[in-house]
Design a protein around this ligand. Structure first.
Ligand code: OAD
Ligand code: ZN
Length: 246
């Protein structure tokens, strides 16, 4: 089976780099973006330039974020996260590259420095001008007191979740480290991503082009299935559950 072949590839590999998308967190109750019921089937994304230009867009963005808070607050690592954390503890996985913003790799046991967040993190906020960080509770209190999304107390620019919106610059350090990891691994496992958002979607093929074996685990087909050495079109929890260890 695919899972047995994956087990053989994991056993044979020296350096495994996992690359995750929203599909690894759906069993944790967090919706993905493009499946039926996914976030972008319910709400249109608010591009960065709109967030910067419009108080209404900022208010709408924060209302959406606050509506999601009970979901994020209740979420716990799933089988996929736990399997990757086991391989990390075993010394096979140096770091995880993720498009996810939900902090669940950290919660599963990865050191913060070993979670390469390409699209940032939604569990705190940041000023888009000076980079000052804020707790979400502070943003909520300001929003409730003013009836509008707050600006930075230092520089007066808008405060946004510490995530990367469409049209916003990618974090340079994360891009650099993801590049190095992709080029240096011998097994790259893309898990739960539709692989349609770039530049993130470039890492699986970068790893393959640099000589790694490529595994894709995703319920739906992706555009990179044809360059993969193994494709598992199945549930992530079921596929990675057998690798949850000590
Ligand atoms: P998508 O929603 O595009 O893709 C998630 C994939 O996971 C889908 O192809 C699902 O079929 C699959 N999936 C979901 N649950 C699964 C499960 N339990 N088992 C197996 N497969 C499952 O999410 P991403 O690829 O992460 O960025 O999206 C990429 C980026 O688009 C996000 O980081 C976000 C979004 O816009 C920004 O907003 C910048
Ligand atoms: Zn500021």
């Amino acid at each position: 089976s695919g899972v047995e072949r994956l087990g053989d590839m994991i056993a044979a590999a020296k350096t495994i780099v996992p690359f995750t998308g929203a599909g690894i967190s759906t069993e944790c109750g967090i919706p993905d973006f493009r499946s039926p019921g996914g976030l972008w089937t319910r709400n249109r994304p608010i591009p960065f330039d709109e967030f910067v230009a419009s108080q209404d867009a900022r208010d709408e963005s924060w209302r959406r974020r606050f509506a999601m808070e009970p979901t994020f607050a209740a979420s716990k690592p799933g089988r996929g996260h736990r399997a990757l954390a086991s391989l990390y503890r075993a010394g096979k996985v140096p770091a995880v590259i993720t498009q996810n913003i939900d902090n669940l790799h950290q919660a599963s046991g990865f050191a913060a420095d070993h979670v390469i967040e390409l699209h940032g993190n939604t569990t705190y906020a940041r000023c888009i001008g000076c980079g000052q960080t804020y707790q979400l509770d502070w943003v909520r209190q300001q929003f409730e007191a003013e009836g509008a999304a707050p600006d930075c107390t230092v520089c007066d620019e808008p405060v946004k979740t510490a995530t990367v919106s469409f049209g916003q610059a990618m974090p340079e350090d994360a891009m650099q480290r993801a590049t190095e990891l992709s080029q240096a691994c011998d097994l790259f496992i893309a898990i739960g991503s539709s692989l349609v958002v770039w530049p993130a979607a470039g890492f699986p093929m970068m790893a393959k082009n640099c000589g790694a074996r490529l595994v894709i685990i995703n319920r739906e087909p992706t555009d990179q299935d044809d360059i993969a050495d193994l494709v598992i079109h199945d549930d992530i929890g079921e596929s990675l559950g057998p690798f949850v260890g000590n």
